[in-house]
Ligand binder design. Structure first.
Ligand SMILES: [Zn+2]
Length: 378
């Protein structure tokens, strides 16, 4: 089967994160088994009671003990939702050298390339073991990969994590963190401010202090990134009930992307200090911080063998990404991780997502060369 045919079959299986990924997982189990891999399903139940499955397939080692592999190829099976009016979402369509469909580049293209590369090699010649990992729920918080990391399902020396990077190897990535901050005050008629405590005013003062923290964080520089520091955003704010009521409640959403090496807790610590300061300045206000996500970044040395190998076979110098990926979880499993895949992240997550045919085919060759170099040659 060609890589395009495989991609068409993967795209045809609806695997939006809100659904069970059992169908696409079943397809991948069949494909892995038919090339002689040992396969394990790692199911879990998501927060909505829906069954999700991570897949671990290995060659050149046993699954019975915790396998230790030289190289893992990692792709997520879930996709973001699609507009029901987008006719090509589940029917891969080729036009102008591009293949359109939901997940075409994020990341079913990489998964298709992985299967094609594996099928083209003589796995009987493996001298070092290899794993394929297909995860669930990446798009809603790397949840499948976190389950795998917690279960310590395997350990690995190198990992290639498939995300659309136009085939450029990305050796480091920022983390991704989210917190909901709620401020509670006391409602009163706005003609008598002394009777109330305005949660909106309190939130505004707190956000001003947070802006100062954002400035402080700029001094911790990581020159491999653009911008070279932890960024911070207050993307949502909601408060108050009417123009003439002192606001009793205000909530805002904070997002920050820590550079690798700076723990997600660093900002949380600075935040709790300014919350304390704000509490002192207005004892009528209560503050609550709910950190829903604190995913750290990852970094693999520019001298890593995998980085050098992928630079050589892809023809691109290594870069960095500012979005969250499963590379951090693979790093937790021992990997020197690199993120790389066909397609452009800027066309992912939107109607008209596509992967260029030539990049998809190039990806098969890059993965074949990588497997040969790391696992087939003595
Ligand atoms: Zn993705």
């Amino acid at each position: 089967m060609t890589v395009q045919e495989t991609l068409a079959q993967l795209v045809a299986i609806d695997s939006v994160s809100s659904r069970s990924n059992a169908a696409i997982a079943g397809y991948l189990v069949d494909r892995c088994q038919s090339m002689g891999l040992e396969v394990k399903r790692l199911p879990y139940t998501d927060a909505f009671g829906i069954e999700k499955v991570n897949i671990l397939a290995v060659a050149g080692t046993e699954l019975s003990d915790t396998p230790k592999v030289e190289l893992a190829l990692v792709g997520h099976t879930d996709t973001v939702p699609y507009d029901p009016n987008w006719k090509e979402a589940l029917a891969l369509t080729e036009r102008d050298g591009k293949l359109f469909g939901r997940g075409a580049c994020d990341t079913k293209g990489f998964i298709a390339a992985t299967l094609s590369a594996m099928e083209a090699l003589d796995l009987g010649q493996l001298v070092r073991p290899l794993a394929l990992i297909f995860t669930a729920d990446e798009e809603i918080g790397l949840i499948g990969a976190k389950h795998m990391a917690e279960a310590r399902a395997l350990s690995m020396r190198f990992a290639i994590v498939g995300e659309p990077t136009s085939l450029r190897p990305m050796r480091a990535g920022k983390g991704y963190c989210l917190a909901e901050v709620s401020v509670k005050g006391r409602e009163a008629h706005s003609a008598y401010p002394a009777l109330g405590s305005s949660a909106v005013m309190g939130a505004a003062r707190l956000i001003t202090r947070i802006e100062t923290i954002a400035g402080q964080l700029k001094s911790d520089q990581h020159p491999a990134f653009d911008p070279p520091f932890t960024t911070l955003n207050v993307g949502l704010i909601h408060g108050g009930t009417a123009k003439n009521v002192i606001a009793g409640e205000c909530k805002f959403t904070l997002e920050w992307r820590p550079i690798p090496g700076q723990g997600p807790e660093k900002f949380l610590q600075l935040l709790s200090e300014v919350v304390e300061a704000e509490k002192k300045s207005d004892p009528g206000l209560a503050f609550e911080v709910d950190a829903a996500r604190t995913d750290g970044g990852y970094e693999t040395s520019p001298d890593s063998r995998l980085v050098n190998l992928l630079e050589q076979v892809s023809g691109h110098t290594a870069g960095t990404v500012a979005f969250g990926t499963e590379a951090a979880q693979m790093t937790a499993l021992g990997a020197e991780a690199v993120v790389m895949g066909p397609g452009d992240i800027r066309v992912a997550h939107r109607t008209g997502e596509y992967v260029p045919v030539d990049e998809l085919e190039r990806c098969v060759d890059i993965l074949k060369d990588s497997i040969r170099s790391l696992c087939l040659n003595g």
